[in-house]
Design a protein around this ligand. Structure first.
Ligand code: ADP
Ligand code: MG
Length: 416
């Protein structure tokens, strides 16, 4: 039997040029567990439980994670990481693969002796910095509120995967990294939030879309995996209290389902308006807000069509609304400290809520209540101290003068 492939001990590096200087001189002809005998500088990284041997090394100021596996697995996982990156899913930065031929193996089988190629491969990724270790994530007596911030990050990762047609197949806390990231909120600046990153892409499958059954089985798998993650962390003395109570799993399921439905609503909003929600509006986090925004856009379309004496297409109206109404209003709101007062809201959420508040109040009182009353009522839930940095009269003046410009952009029920 002829065995083709690499020569014994031959090493094949599939690494981009820019990384070669850091990686070419590592002892690829030795097993990873023996690298400590070969002057390799290791970096201390807290990693999740793993089946494979994973080591973190430093070379010329760069840190890499190296996983020892088979060529088939390493190449598949590398391709998965590249694909996930293209889909803008938060994941590790893939670097490359190193394969080593370990000679041939004679295997006795019932039909005679077989010769198998014996090879090892290394998957290389960049070490993800500033990751919060599990021991900090689930400190003793962590409040439900702080745990929910972690669940929100986990749910966000699942939503990005599932709405892009990705089935992970191995979802667990051990395969995620959680860290603080800076999120840019359109029209409101940026804020820090927790984000979960996919850190084991071996089993990832990418489809045009995935079924509801697959999505839900993934969430169930994750919830089950928390039981063994908890057992593992308890065994190592890291956590003592349950990490996942009934309240936690209900929170994850409910919020995941809500966010997924909301995601679908926003995708259809994007289809008809061609407004990139994440980049232009920021996360819209309440079901029904997509429909409300579309209502505003349709009213704007009506106004533009009346003014121009001809039908203006929806996409054109949507972009006109975005530049001429949405952005200026958000700028007024943030310019008057509303972003600081509502640190959890995006500009689009604030925009919808204030306009909607006025609309509902007017409906209740069977007459236009005006923006001043609506804003005061909306802000009424805050104490005087919290409102100290906000001058309501000047905010109202700015909004009123915007909406009553000589050429008002919108002629509809939302006017002050
Ligand atoms: N680039 C990286 N940066 C930081 N941590 C990493 C990186 N790559 C892997 N890890 C950690 O090492 C763990 C083990 O790697 P993983 O790919 O999950 O191995 P296995 O396939 O054996 O489960 C991961 O769950 C993660 O915690
Ligand atoms: Mg893993």
């Amino acid at each position: 039997m002829k065995v083709t492939g690499m020569q014994p001990n031959q090493i094949r590096l599939s690494i981009p040029e820019g990384y070669l200087a850091f990686l070419a001189n590592l002892p690829w002809d030795h097993r990873l567990e023996d690298w400590n005998r070969h002057k390799v500088r290791f970096v201390p990284v807290k990693s999740g439980l793993s089946r494979h041997i994973v080591r973190f090394v430093e070379s010329n100021g760069h840190s890499f994670a190296i996983k020892e596996t088979t060529a088939e697995s390493a190449l598949k996982e590398l391709a998965n990481y590249h694909h996930l990156k293209e889909l803008e899913i938060p994941t590790l930065h893939p670097v490359g693969v190193v394969e080593r031929d370990d000679g041939t193996l004679r295997v006795e089988t019932p039909i005679g002796e077989q010769i198998d190629q014996n090879s090892t491969a290394y998957l290389i990724t960049e070490v993800m910095e500033k990751v919060i270790p599990d021991s900090h994530l689930f400190r003793r007596s962590f409040t439900l509120k702080s745990r929910q911030r972690i669940w929100d990050a986990v749910i966000h990762l699942f939503i990005s995967l599932h709405s892009a047609g990705v089935y992970w197949g191995d979802a667990s806390l051990a395969n995620m990294l959680v860290r603080f990231t800076t999120e840019r909120i359109p029209e409101m600046g940026s804020r820090t939030k927790l984000a979960a990153i996919l850190a084991d892409a071996e089993t990832v499958e990418i489809h045009p879309s995935i079924s509801d059954r697959m999505r839900l089985s993934e969430i169930e798998f994750f919830l089950e995996s928390m039981l063994w993650t908890e057992a593992d962390l308890k065994a190592s003395g890291i956590v003592r209290d349950p990490m996942m109570t009934r309240e936690d799993s209900d929170y994850i399921l409910t919020h995941y389902n809500e966010r997924f439905a909301l995601g679908q609503e926003m995708r259809s909003f994007e289809l008809v308006t061609r407004i990139d929600v994440d980049r232009m509006l920021g996360m819209v986090d309440v079901k029904g807000y997509g429909t409300l925004l579309l209502k505003h856009i349709n009213e704007h379309k009506w106004y533009l069509s009346e003014k121009g004496g001809k039908e203006v297409p929806l996409v054109e109206s949507a972009h006109d609304w975005y530049n001429e109404v949405f952005k200026p209003v958000c700028r007024i709101l943030t310019g008057h400290g509303m972003g600081t007062l509502f640190p959890d809201k995006t500009a689009s959420t604030l925009y919808v809520e204030i306009m909607e508040h006025k609309y509902l109040m007017s409906e209740r009182q069977k007459g236009d209540v005006g923006l001043v009353a609506a804003l005061e009522d909306y802000l009424g839930k805050f104490g005087k101290q919290q409102l100290a940095g906000i001058s309501i009269p000047s905010l109202v003046r700015a909004l009123t003068s915007f909406f009553t410009r000589p050429q008002p952009p919108v002629q509809n029920s939302y006017l002050p």
